[in-house]
Design a protein around this ligand. Sequence first.
Ligand SMILES: Nc1ncnc2c1ncn2[C@@H]1O[C@H](COP(=O)(O)OP(=O)(O)OP(=O)(O)O)[C@@H](O)[C@H]1O
Ligand SMILES: C[C@@](O)(CCO)CC(=O)[O-]
Length: 396
Amino acid sequence: MPSYFTSAPGKVILFGEHAVVYGKLATAGSLGLRSYALVQSRTDGALEVNLPDVQLVRSWKSADIPRQARWEGYPYPPPAMNVELLDQLTKFVDLGTQTNRSVAAIALLYLHSYLTSDDIANQGYDLSVRSDLPVGAGLGSSASYSVCLATALLKLNGHLSESLSAADQRDLVNQWAFQAEKVIHGNPSGIDNTVSTLGGAVIFKKGEKIEPLPGFQSLKFILTNTRVPRETQVLVANVRKLREKFPSVVNPMLDSINEISISCKQLFAQNGEDRAHLLSRFGDLVDVNHGMLAALGVSHPTLEKVREISSKLGLKSKLTGAGGGGCALTLVRDDMDEKTVEELKTKLGEQGFEVLEAQVGGPGAGFVTLDSVTSIAEFLSRGTADLETQTWTYFV
Ligand SMILES: Nc1ncnc2c1ncn2[C@@H]1O[C@H](COP(=O)(O)OP(=O)(O)OP(=O)(O)O)[C@@H](O)[C@H]1O
Ligand SMILES: C[C@@](O)(CCO)CC(=O)[O-]
């Protein structure tokens, strides 16, 4: 009975949000906070889905789920989005539109519909995903969910065979995760699922191939979720309006942000040996980038509060993602003592913020082949530290 754990990280944008919309460079890294999935075949033809983070527990007869004609062999490349299938699945799950759980369920069934073999469909399977990431706070929870799903379904159906190179396996996972991201987001750039699949850190430009950031070294951040909800689309539209009003003012700012990403790339490429220097310069770029984003109008009083609190303790912070609330990152230099970090966490917590400690630049998607059946309840009750002690295989 095939049975697997899969796992994939969230992401954090280091530099270049908003500017990336106008073809400028941005840099992003994988987070130490991850999502985990359990997938295992059954014998009764049921698809048992358990997604506790979006309060979804459902059982479907796999034979009832709308399906596509599937590949005989290697399922690559995925086809263009199938709008008709999306409509059918939306009606089938019947959970309304655009709620967290409806889009999560539709994305899952969309991948199921293409990737599940007749044998697996006849047997049925359990699929459960849980995450350490806050949902909808700009840390790539949807991408990490999508990558976990894609890895789980590709693995269960034998598409990630050892005869494929690691690069081909990675690409397969990434392309199918991108399909799930499209179901959830409409028109994503693909950066989130790529960082989540590859891990490490990347430099990217819209429409071009995403490259690993040369010489990248793992970094430690405090991530503060201000819990202020924000709509990426609205913030992007506001920057667009400002740019239309004052192109000669805003365009040079976007160019400067592009230079920040280039400087970040140069820092890692040239300062591999001198980590203290690298971190100090990185902190300077954090400050400058936040200043530019605030000037573009996408900061928020809660984000400025994070900066005020951290700067009093000698630490540099910036908003990450779309801004207007959501999350801020604070760089924790290697020379910061534990007491200062604890003080920072306490002060941020006193504001009602959620404080997360995270390493950036860790591994991407991975899986564990299990040799015995695991109950969903047992999987859900296991802590992250416990799951991490398993022997994970990453696509590297
Ligand atoms: N653990 C999870 N279980 C099930 N679905 C999830 C989970 N995490 C995320 N999702 C899906 O992803 C959606 C959240 O995507 P959204 O883009 O709003 O947030 P994000 O990915 O955290 O932020 P960003 O894309 O700005 O980094 C949820 O509505 C849900 O459908
Ligand atoms: C604000 C933005 O640059 C990043 C949001 O995480 C929007 C985008 O790139 O689509």
